[in-house]
Design a protein around this ligand. Structure first.
Ligand code: NI
Length: 251
């Protein structure tokens, strides 16, 4: 049994079918992550509808302009729901730079500050911005996960030094993922979280196609193989890690 700690459920028309297929292969929990206002609201409402669905609410760097006080106020209005696990996905994306850098930095800091005030963990999306992200994180008292970690070996020790978890997704299954495999080897087992980021980043053997949470099993198998442990042990450790990272996750 595995938990998909990062999926975008708003991207699926056939949600019931997608969830059932994942449950059928042993995915026991789904964390639906917002990336703009609409997907955050969807994640919140879908978390109220299903027992095994949870929500993370926030504005992605690509949509940084949507991070208004009104939106942050809405998060505050639903913050006490046990299904709201944290703030995300928030961060910096200097790879695609779809929002100006100053707007990204402002949205990131506003949401880190909110997470700190609400004592909620964060799910971070960082691409080509690890140096800036670390410098900013030093000023906040927050914990969470580096979602779909892409900082390579170079930034791994520093990422771990913040007490954060490291999220691994489909790319660990790619044949050319040499450095990422070494990152998995070096990342302590008690810091690993499993994510699909579906519908994006489908693992092998579905690379390039549309991802879905049932494919989490391919990511889990590959990590178990790299770590030389059995799937049962990986399931147990990642379940504990999920609860430590997101204390409101209860199952
Ligand atoms: Ni995502």
């Amino acid at each position: 049994m595995f938990i998909d700690t990062h999926v975008h459920l708003d991207e699926f028309d056939n949600l019931e079918e997608i969830l059932n297929r994942a449950r059928g292969v042993g995915v026991r929990g789904f964390v639906s992550v917002g990336y703009d206002i609409q997907s955050s609201k969807f994640s919140y409402s879908v978390s109220l509808k299903y027992n095994d669905v949870y929500a993370i609410l926030g504005i992605h760097p690509h949509s940084a302009g949507e991070c208004t006080d009104k939106f942050l106020g809405w998060i505050c209005s639903v913050k006490d729901s046990k299904k709201v696990l944290g703030i995300g996905e928030i961060g910096l994306d200097y790879y695609r730079n779809l929002s100006p850098k100053d707007i990204q930095l402002e949205a990131f800091e506003k949401q880190l500050s909110l997470a700190q005030d609400l004592e909620l963990p964060v799910s971070l999306h960082i691409r080509n911005g690890y140096r800036d992200a670390f410098d900013i994180l030093k000023r906040y008292k927050v914990k969470g996960v580096f979602h779909c970690y892409s900082g390579g070996l170079h930034f791994l020790e520093e990422a771990l030094s913040f007490g954060f978890f490291i999220g691994f997704d489909g790319p660990v299954t790619f044949h050319n993922a040499r450095e990422l495999i070494e990152v998995v080897e070096r990342c302590p087992l008690d810091r690993i979280l499993l994510e699909t980021d579906a519908p994006y980043l489908a693992p092998e053997p579905y690379r390039g196609r549309r991802n879905e949470p049932s494919y989490l099993i391919y990511i889990a198998r590959r990590i178990a193989e790299i770590k030389e442990i059995d799937l049962g042990e990986l399931s147990e450790v990642t379940r504990k890690n999920t609860i430590i990272c997101f204390p409101r996750y209860a199952s």
